[in-house]
Design a protein around this ligand. Structure first.
Ligand SMILES: [Zn+2]
Length: 318
């Protein structure tokens, strides 16, 4: 089954990312989601730290865009504005100027609104990695580049694997006496990671290790609302993980009221997110994988990640 599925899947992926059909599919999904969820798929609470406000914006059927505002100067930045109309409504409600789009990767459900918003805000810059064919890109970024808007300081990290040019953005909290915030796109979700469409497990592991190296109090704002499914999958591979069970109970409560589950923290994720736990013995046992003699530890963890992602693909394709 998997063997015959793979080439077909590749063709579908190429059509989605390289042809107009992908764009038409995205437009259709956006129309359907606006009908199905006129008020968004989830309700989110904005978070504010000393004049820096973060607003998760529920778009499409399970995506989040994030508006980050310096309330002193009314300057705003948006991460992954997939539905330009919804994002524009929030910009107007907040009465702020859109100065930049930070795009994590080229997939339409993250980048589809770039051009429309740029048309509405002519001075708006579009940031992302040049390897990823991001619509409307004006300011290409490389690993560890910094960009500043008002009092908002972001650092970009090159994190390929999901796509060849995937980037994540870290909002530095130090200047405002707050924890930092990571906008992780489709690299890391609450208890999950993105599919490895365009990179090997070794590449993805190195990107995940970038996330794992951030301080534990960093807030995690991912690109999708996948928490409930992801924690159920995590239970299959680490059944005795108490931190995962506690988080799952909390997520069930939140989702029962359609509340957004962002943000979690990097410290929490390290406790239950199996994709950040390729070192875990319980995980190795559940996957039936052992380090062979003379096998490099990083190579071994990449093998664990590959098997884990394969199992997740079979479990569900998120
Ligand atoms: Zn994606």
């Amino acid at each position: 089954m998997a063997r015959t599925e793979k080439p077909l899947f590749r063709i579908a992926y190429t059509l989605y990312t390289r042809t107009r059909l992908g764009y038409m599919y995205y437009k259709r999904q956006m129309r359907k989601a606006r009908e199905q969820y006129p008020a968004g798929h989830s309700t989110s609470q904005p978070m504010e730290f000393n004049g820096i406000k973060i607003i998760p914006v529920s778009v499409l059927s399970d995506n989040y865009s994030y508006l980050v505002i310096d309330t002193d100067s009314s300057v705003a930045v948006v991460v992954d504005p997939a539905d330009p109309q919804t994002v524009q409504t929030v910009l107007e409600e907040e009465g702020v100027m859109l100065e930049a789009i930070l795009c994590t990767h080229k997939h339409w459900d993250h980048s589809g609104g770039n051009k429309a918003l740029k048309r509405l805000h002519s001075s708006c810059r579009v940031y992302g990695n040049a390897a990823d064919n991001i619509p409307g890109l004006t300011h290409p970024l490389s690993h560890k580049d910094s960009v500043t808007f008002g009092r908002m300081h972001f650092k970009a990290f090159f994190t390929p694997g999901h796509t060849v040019g995937h980037m994540i953005y870290l909002l530095d909290g130090r200047g405002v006496g707050a924890p930092s915030s990571l906008f992780s796109g489709d690299l890391v979700f609450l208890s999950g990671c993105g599919r490895m469409f365009e990179g090997s497990a070794t590449t993805m592991l190195s990107s995940l290790d970038t996330v794992g190296s951030l301080s534990d109090d960093t807030l995690l704002w991912p690109g999708h609302e996948y928490a409930e499914d992801n924690l159920l999958f995590a239970a299959e591979v680490e059944p005795r993980n108490a931190a995962r069970e506690n988080k799952y109970q909390w997520v069930l409560q939140q989702r029962g009221q359609k509340l957004c589950t962002s943000p979690s923290t990097i410290g929490e994720e390290k406790q239950y997110n199996p994709f950040l736990r390729s070192h875990s013995m319980e995980l190795h046992l559940a996957l039936g994988i052992q380090q062979v003699q003379d096998e490099d530890w990083t190579q071994f963890r990449a093998r664990v990640l590959e098997e884990l992602r394969k199992r997740k693909d079979v479990y569900n394709r998120r």
